[in-house]
Design a binder for this molecule. Structure first.
Ligand code: SF4
Length: 378
């Protein structure tokens, strides 16, 4: 099999791993002129780049119930050698087709052997080929502390995918993985090593991913775990991947998770990370899920009429961030621009990037409630 076919197969196998903002699957990926899949990603500094997202191998010893690469599935198995993949990446980088790499792998042999091969690949890329750009490296479950440290020396970002929010849920979908020792422990090492290095190792920080809905877990469990990881292990980002059933797996008949659920999780995650919300402030339904009918911030605002309306011309940045339709950037612009003149009309809010129709029921503009039309749906 030639290299092009391998990239095609192992790029497709990597589609379920999310590696950044706008790191899409079917909808946003593109083919290069040789037909290879390239994925867009937004780097931690906001720069948008094309990444080669690929597995070193889709051979795996494990049998995770949701995974297309599980060992008992019958499909074409393919592997790169470290040299082969490094050279393929070099060719694409030198031609300007990609600016970074996201590398993951199935667990071929035991975890240690698979990590050794991933590290060997990135060592060639960094040391022999002198690639200075962005690399995101997956830490496989069961990797040793030495693997984690080496990965952090080589990569800008490392990730450990929890897949489920706690040991009980993980046991339902990946009984061969130990939540505490194989997944949480490596994230603890990452935290300690980053602190000891003053942030020099893996400077873009660690991320994780959840397969949403595969273990029938409610949103509350996922967000409680993400919130703890942000606070206690300095996680940089959690990614949420709506479960989609894969043929010939134990979950083939499990209903797919609707994409709106993934969207609500991301909105709530932003409230925790960027808007100063505490986990306890999020509003869940009786089953512990985020309601579909409205976004989480609007749900919170409607549940707290005592906090509104707020006067846009006097409110603090923190108060502005509580208003639906006003985000961190628009809140900052409001605070800056109102020194030059009062905000009097909804169009003034639009000018700073806020969404006036969503903000209108919750604000006063120079002492007056703005006129607005109720939306037909949320
Ligand atoms: S270890 Fe990873 S690649 Fe292997 S079956 Fe589980 S999720 Fe899939």
């Amino acid at each position: 099999m030639n290299t092009l076919e391998k990239v095609e197969i192992l790029g497709r196998s990597a589609q379920y791993d999310l590696c950044g903002e706008a790191c899409g699957t079917e909808a946003t990926r593109k083919r290069d002129d040789l037909g290879r899949w390239i994925y867009p990603a937004v780097l931690p500094d906001g720069q948008r780049v094309a990444l080669l997202k690929v597995l070193l191998t889709n051979v795996c010893e494990r049998n995770c119930a949701y995974c297309a690469n599980r060992r008992s599935r019958d499909f074409r198995r393919v592997s790169f050698t470290p040299e082969e993949l490094a050279r393929t990446f070099e060719q694409m980088w030198r031609r300007g087709q990609v600016m970074g790499l996201f590398l993951s792998s199935g667990v071929c042999g035991h975890s240690g052997q698979a990590m050794d091969r991933m590290l060997a690949t990135v060592e060639i890329i960094r040391q022999r080929l002198a690639f200075p750009g962005y690399i995101h490296l997956k830490i496989l479950p069961g990797a040793t502390q030495a693997h984690v440290e080496r990965a952090m020396q080589l990569a800008d970002r490392v990730s450990v995918n929890l897949e489920a929010p706690n040991p009980e849920r993980l046991a339902r979908i990946a009984p061969e993985k130990d939540f505490t020792t194989a997944l949480l422990e490596p994230l603890r090492w990452v935290k300690r090593l980053r602190e000891e290095s003053g942030g020099r190792l893996a400077p873009a920080g660690p991320t994780t991913q959840f397969v949403v809905g595969a273990a029938d877990e409610p949103d509350r469990e996922i967000l409680a775990t993400a919130d703890r990881l942000y606070r206690e292990l300095n996680l940089t980002r959690a990614y949420f991947s709506a479960f989609q059933p894969v043929p010939d797996t134990p979950l083939a008949d499990h209903p797919p998770t609707p994409l709106w659920r993934e969207h609500r999780l991301y909105q709530s995650d932003w409230l925790l990370r960027k808007y100063g919300f505490a986990f306890e402030e999020l509003i869940f339904d009786e089953e512990g899920n985020l309601p579909r009918q409205s976004d989480p911030k609007t749900m919170w605002a409607m549940a707290h009429p005592e906090r509104f309306p707020i006067e846009v011309n006097r409110a603090s940045r923190e108060e502005l961030l509580r208003v639906p339709g006003i985000g961190p950037r628009s809140a900052e612009r409001i605070v800056r621009l109102r020194k030059r003149g009062k905000f009097r009309e909804l169009s003034d809010l639009r000018r700073v990037g806020a969404i006036p129709q969503r903000a209108a029921p919750f604000v006063l503009l120079d002492g007056r409630r703005p006129a607005y039309q109720l939306p037909l749906w949320g």
